[in-house]
Design a protein around this ligand. Structure first.
Ligand code: ATP
Ligand code: MG
Length: 566
């Protein structure tokens, strides 16, 4: 649930240590280790999402806090799903978030030779065997936790036979699925992962780094701890689903280690956010089947999607800091993420005028063909951002929503007979409007009061409504993409027997083509952030060209100027 006292969130100095920071502090105090080495280990089989951002902030953050180091390790043990495109995007996203890994990026595939050598060692000591049974039979024989499983008929093959068969597996003599290498641990263990887990399988897909060198690949469990060990990782932080793998992680490391050093695996709760999904497989499906426009579609919970949408690295880091590190799975309200974005953009985004659904207003007593510059602040939150001049003239645009011919009581925007302030310029009184044959208002007519301009005697005259506007002669046409939640259900993947795609929000994207903006935006560059006053925060999309600017709505804004009072 959303914390209503976010402003009061404890600062970093006074915040109590989370349980992982406590473990590390104790390990350093007790001499379990004398330095800290962490790693962030994504599998390059998709783009990173906001859940990964949490793991990134945690691992890189711990290294920073304890003066240690954090590696980037691509966990590339399954060539059939992996690609360099993903590796490149992962690097870009981590750096964009503001973190830098130690040295060169590392790859589990760098360690294939070493892991292979350890495998031979295990076979020789009778702790691994080749199984000829198909995967389904193996999994069937594992049984259930409450009863011992069934031992494979191949479990007691001789060391020689195992060495020979594994060599032939490695040489490509067998097809995928024909044979696997298993650890010989305990088929009666209450922990299913200890029931002779598979160590190697045959995969005849070229690997994005090792090419055709290998046709056998180590499984995650027989690669991850070993990679940690090779890299001298002191604390191997992963998500809760790996807690049950921990005994196996330790068993494997115990087979290979030659000193007291042993990486310590600890688990934290995955990040889940309401109204979205976090599974890479499902996100890939949305991309492949064109439910969204690519991994960086601004509706995606991916880091590149958020970047394109206009989220800032600081806001994502602050969000991760705020949600903390827990031992229990939970769902974070998407509103908390949006809060963090608004908080950051409020500080850094220049204010500009843009009108999304324009209605022309003619100021009938303003001289034709004349215009003037009015001065307005770039950010009331930050005076150092200065002011700018905006052109004002006889014809301006306001939002269609900001005009009503027959308003209900308490409507303080533009309506015949009432006065409103045009932000930064003048107070005007609406006199009349023009309608088309269907009765839709096409134009409003107003009278302005010259002495209400800033610095003039009547500048502080009280009126209840203040509107943003864009002068017609100065306006540029812009395209605006309004995003809403990608799913209309709080937990789209959480329904038994109902596909998560059922809950895709059909209104998650609205494109407005004929919006008007002040001319200063004609030089805006992709990635620039703005607050369209009274509307929300927007970011320039990379689809923009010199003549056609496209803006993504990052997050809406609470209208503090008039709506509150209405
Ligand atoms: P896969 O389903 O492909 O295994 P994954 O989400 O586990 O996907 P990885 O690339 O293996 O993705 O994840 C890299 C690291 O990020 C892991 O340490 C993992 O625990 C962490 N991570 C992944 N998803 C989340 C999440 N939602 N919240 C926090 N950490 C996460
Ligand atoms: Mg994983």
């Amino acid at each position: 649930m959303i914390d209503n006292n976010l402003e009061k969130t404890l600062s970093e100095e006074t915040k109590p240590l989370n349980f992982i920071q406590q473990i590390i502090t104790e390990d350093l105090e007790n001499g379990v280790c004398d330095h800290i080495q962490t790693r962030f280990p994504p599998e390059p089989n998709g783009y990173l999402h906001i859940g990964h951002a949490k793991a990134i902030c945690l691992n890189f953050g711990l290294a920073k806090q304890f003066n240690g180091k954090c590696n980037l390790r691509l966990d590339d043990t399954n060539p059939s799903r992996e690609d360099v495109e993903y590796v490149d995007s992962i690097k870009e996203d981590i750096q964009w978030l503001g973190f830098q890994w130690e040295g060169e990026p590392k790859y589990a595939s760098d360690y294939f030779d070493q892991i292979y050598a350890w495998t031979i060692q295990l076979i020789k000591s009778g702790k691994a065997y080749v199984d000829d049974q198909p995967a389904e039979v193996i999994s069937e024989q594992r049984g259930v936790p409450t009863r011992p499983g069934t031992e494979s008929p191949y479990r007691n093959r001789s060391v020689e036979e195992n060495l020979d068969l594994f060599a032939r597996m490695t040489n490509g003599e067998f097809e995928e699925g024909e044979k696997v290498l298993r650890a010989k641990i305990d088929m009666a263990s209450p922990n299913m992962h200890m029931r002779d887990p598979i160590m190697y399988r045959i995969l005849k897909t070229p690997h994005h780094r090792t090419g055709n060198k290998w046709v056998v690949y180590p499984m995650y469990d027989w690669a991850h701890g070993e990679s940690d060990y090779i890299e001298g990782v002191t604390h191997s932080i992963c998500t809760l689903e790996f807690e049950v793998h921990r005994p196996l992680y330790e068993w494997f490391v115990d087979q290979i280690r030659t000193s007291d050093y042993k990486p310590k695996q600890r688990e934290f709760a995955r990040l889940n956010i309401s109204y979205t999904i976090m599974s890479k497989r499902k996100l890939l499906e949305l991309v492949k089947d064109h439910y969204v426009n690519g991994w960086d579609d601004p509706r995606m919970p991916t880091i590149c999607g958020y970047r394109r949408r206009g989220y800032t690295p600081a806001s994502i880091r602050n969000f991760c800091e705020r949600i903390g590190v827990a031992k229990r799975d939970n769902v974070i309200d998407v509103g908390l993420l949006e809060y963090s974005i608004r908080e950051d953009l409020n500080k850094i985004a220049p204010r500009v005028f843009a009108v999304l659904n324009p209605l022309k207003v003619v100021i009938t007593n303003y001289p034709e063909g004349e215009y003037e510059l009015v001065e307005t602040e770039n950010n009331p939150e930050d005076e150092s951002m200065g002011t700018r001049h905006v052109s004002f003239g006889r014809e301006i645009y306001i939002e269609q929503d900001d005009f009503m011919q027959n308003p209900p009581k308490g409507y303080f925007r533009m309506t015949p007979g009432k006065e409103v302030r045009l932000k930064g310029a003048y107070i005007v009184r609406c006199d009349d409007c023009v309608c088309d044959a269907d009765g839709h208002v096409t134009e409003a007519h107003c009278t302005y009061f010259p002495e209400t301009r800033s610095g003039m005697p009547d500048a502080n005259r009280k009126v209840k409504g203040t509107l943003h506007w864009v002068a017609c002669h100065d306006a540029i046409d812009i395209e605006v993409r309004l995003y809403d939640r990608l799913f209309s259900d709080e937990d789209p993947a959480g329904h038994k027997d109902v596909d998560y795609k059922t809950f895709l929000n059909p209104d998650s994207l609205h494109v407005l083509q004929n919006c008007k903006a002040e001319s200063s935006l004609s030089v805006a560059k992709a990635g620039d952030h703005f607050q369209f006053q009274r509307i929300g925060y927007f970011c320039v999309d990379p689809d923009s060209t010199d003549n056609h600017k496209v803006f993504n709505r990052t997050v809406s804004l609470k209208d503090l100027w008039t709506k509150k009072k209405e």
